[in-house]
Design a protein around this ligand. Structure first.
Ligand code: NAP
Length: 487
């Protein structure tokens, strides 16, 4: 079945685009097949940008830069607000598109569209509230005046796991700040990014302010843009490994970097936790996107008094999830993004089992078409197993038993990552004290979901640099300019 036939009745064909979007025009081309992870078949084919195309996109962003920078904040705000409204009006079509190319279950895709659109609404509001300073020096010698200016052309690189939200989390603040951008979405999920570009044009985003390109050569294409002196910002979301490579590359031209990288979130359940609330939270923290989230709970540390009841409850809930194609209405757990992803999960689970772990449900990839791994709970996992160190990025919940608070904190912090952490306890003082000792940029206290456009999202240690969202997210796309003034 062709992609057009497949989306008819689901998604709006007018949102479908496969060419590069540069300078407000579509440039046809092919070369990058887009797979349907639910079947393994081909969904579409999008254009493959060359280094020359990337420089053309920077030219377009440069040509639009002065006009966009000079556009009143109120006008930029209203364009972002219209983009939010258009995404909301097309929410169901976008959700189906995300489910088709990413494989996530429709309820997750609907949640992503609402979350993604909210970044445009939030930054439509923030665009008109860019802060400045006016104060005397402590010695009284002069006046300090600080203005914030748009940093310049921004290259935005996004992963496949949230194809809409990772793009809007960057485009929203960049445009609100007055920057023009080149977005490079992941090759696995380009259709959502192109659909969003169509809606942006309809919302009134001027030609060249947002350019979108897909490529099979992300290294050379990105390096060419980073070495162009007109590019002053790199905002990357993806794996820590690629983040390190890009930081090294950006150092050559001293480009400002924001990095949202990998995670290995601990989920700590103390004996005094509300068991049902902890199980509800565990299911969200583990199974949103079938575990393919940077904030996904990767290690469940459960105190000995509640351990067995927690494992029984989690096993029941995980085993009851309906597995199926992402866009099918009954599906609660869709496929993984690629066969390679299934193989990685299988390796981590098999290693853990070989080291003494036991699966209380799941534990083996599903055969047949598509890239499916079933919801899995592992117990008796050795704390030094590879599955405790690496991002699982799948529907597997390894549960570790602990005795004391100190032991839980020590195990939780024993990782190079520091993105998210979760704590469940009825004693808020105990939970907050644990939060203070946990090395993470974001804490879920008696909550399995922390993502919110109004809050600063980001990690410490090797999970990243900078924050997206919230009141500070816009400053990632601005440079403070200090005027020393006598008057
Ligand atoms: P990835 O392999 O690092 O890819 C991310 C993006 O980087 C893709 O667009 C990819 O393009 C591009 N890329 C790959 N090699 C590159 C290079 N040499 N130069 C420039 N760009 C390059 O990550 P992923 O597998 O898509 O996403 C999963 C990872 O993202 C996980 O580690 C997850 O934790 C992390 N993540 C973090 C956050 C956060 O906010 N902290 C949010 C979501 C995901 P191609 O697709 O063309 O290879």
């Amino acid at each position: 079945m062709t992609f057009q036939a497949k989306i008819s009745g689901y998604a709006d064909p007018a949102l479908h685009a496969e060419g590069l979007y540069i300078g407000g025009a579509w440039h046809a081309g092919g070369g990058i097949p887009v797979a349907d992870p639910s079947t393994g078949g081909r969904l579409a084919e999008v254009a493959d940008a060359s280094v020359a195309d990337a420089i053309r996109a920077v030219d377009a962003a440069d040509a639009a830069a002065a006009g966009w920078r000079a556009t009143p904040a109120r006008t930029r705000s209203e364009i972002l607000r219209r983009w939010f409204e258009l995404m909301t009006a097309h929410a169901e079509e976008l959700a189906v598109l995300i489910s088709l190319e990413n494989g996530k279950a429709l309820p997750d895709a609907r949640g992503e569209v609402a979350y993604a659109a909210e970044f445009f609404r939030w930054y439509a509001e923030e665009a008109t509230r860019i802060p400045g300073e006016f104060r005397r020096t402590p010695s009284g010698s002069h006046t300090i005046l600080v203005d914030h200016e748009p940093i310049g052309i921004a290259v935005l690189i996004t992963p496949w796991n949230f194809p809409a939200a990772m793009a809007t989390r960057k485009i929203g603040p960049a445009l609100a700040a007055g920057c023009t951008v080149v977005l490079k979405p992941a090759s696995e999920t380009p259709l959502t990014a192109y659909a969003m570009a169509r809606l942006g044009a309809e919302a009134g985003v001027p030609a060249g302010v947002v350019n979108v390109l897909t490529t099979t050569k992300p290294g050379p294409v990105t390096n060419a843009m980073l070495s162009d002196p007109r590019v002053r910002k790199l905002s990357f979301t993806g794996s820590t490994g690629i983040g390190r490579t890009l930081l090294a590359e950006a150092s050559k031209t001293v480009v400002s970097c924001s990095m949202e990288l990998g995670g290995n979130a601990p989920f700590i359940v103390f004996d005094d936790a509300d068991l049902e609330a902890a199980l509800d939270g565990a299911m969200i923290a583990k199974m949103r996107n079938a575990g393919e989230a940077c904030t996904a709970a990767n290690r469940f540390y459960v105190q000995e008094g509640i351990h067995d009841a927690f494992v029984a409850g989690l096993t029941g809930r995980m085993a009851a999830l309906r597995i199926g194609p992402g866009a099918a209405p009954q599906t609660q757990c869709g496929p993984m993004i690629t066969r390679k992803a299934v193989e990685k999960i299988d390796r981590l689970v098999s290693d853990a089992v070989a080291a003494g772990a036991r699966a209380t449900t799941g534990g083996k990839p599903l055969s047949g078409d598509g890239f499916f791994y079933p919801p899995t709970v592992l117990v008796d996992v050795p704390v030094d197993a590879a599955i405790a160190r690496e991002e699982i990025f799948g529907p597997v919940a390894p549960v570790y038993r602990f005795r004391t608070d100190d032991e839980a904190i020590r195990l939780a912090n024993d990782t190079e990552y520091g993105l998210a952490a979760y704590v469940y306890s009825r004693d808020l003082k105990r939970a907050l004290q644990a939060g203070k000792r946990l090395e993470a940029g974001m804490l879920g206290i008696n909550r399995g979901l922390m993502s919110d456009p109004a809050a600063p999202f980001g990690g410490v240690k090797q999970s990243g640099l900078g924050r997206e969202g919230g009141v500070t997210g816009i400053l990632e796309f601005m440079e403070p300019k200090y005027y020393a003034v006598d008057y």
